[in-house]
Design a binder for this molecule. Structure first.
Ligand code: FES
Length: 169
């Protein structure tokens, strides 16, 4: 049993149970989610462990990580706040909102807070154009939409995550 299997034995068993024994490789995406749950990224060791579990090469697993924007190969924030600043949202103040959030967090767009908690990115249309300023948050397990936000409401959300993280420690 490798490190990933030891750490997430129950989850991995449940994932593998969904696939026929000779189609284990199809479990690669949910296994990647499990691997990046805690740190927000898939480490080299995780790649090797997943490859071993589903009997493919680490390079094959790495190619999935590289292809999908939902997977990350380095620490980039436990919560990825992806703000749409495409034209319709920009017309509803998305750029000023994005700058305001970043200034409050002491980062530039595309950067991660020093504590590794939050990364803020600018993205293209997320199909909620009339609800700007809006963003989606990827937190390893979920993608959640937040619409009609203010800098204040967003910073409060970050504080909530920070408190929840501190409680877990
Ligand atoms: S342009 Fe921002 S959600 Fe569509």
């Amino acid at each position: 049993m490798n490190a990933l299997q030891t750490k997430y034995a129950k989850d991995i068993k449940a994932i593998l149970a969904k696939y026929p024994e000779d189609e284990k490789r199809s479990a690669v995406m949910p296994l990647l989610y499990v691997a990046q749950r805690e740190g927000g990224y898939v480490s080299r060791q995780d790649l090797a462990d997943i490859a071993e579990i589903i009997e493919v090469t680490p390079t094959e697993v790495a190619s999935i990580v590289g292809f999908y924007t939902l997977y990350h190969d380095k620490p980039e924030g436990q919560y990825r706040v992806q703000v749409c600043n495409d034209l319709p949202c920009a017309m509803r103040g998305a750029d000023a909102f994005l700058q305001g959030v970043c200034e409050n967090l002491g980062i530039e767009v595309g950067e991660t807070t020093k504590d590794g908690l939050v990364r803020v990115e600018a993205v293209m249309c997320l199909a909620a154009c009339d609800k700007a300023p809006m963003f989606q948050v990827q937190d390893c397990e979920n993608i959640t939409y937040y619409e009609e936000q203010t800098v204040d409401s967003t910073i409060k959300l970050v504080e909530k995550w920070r408190k929840a993280g501190a409680k877990k420690k």
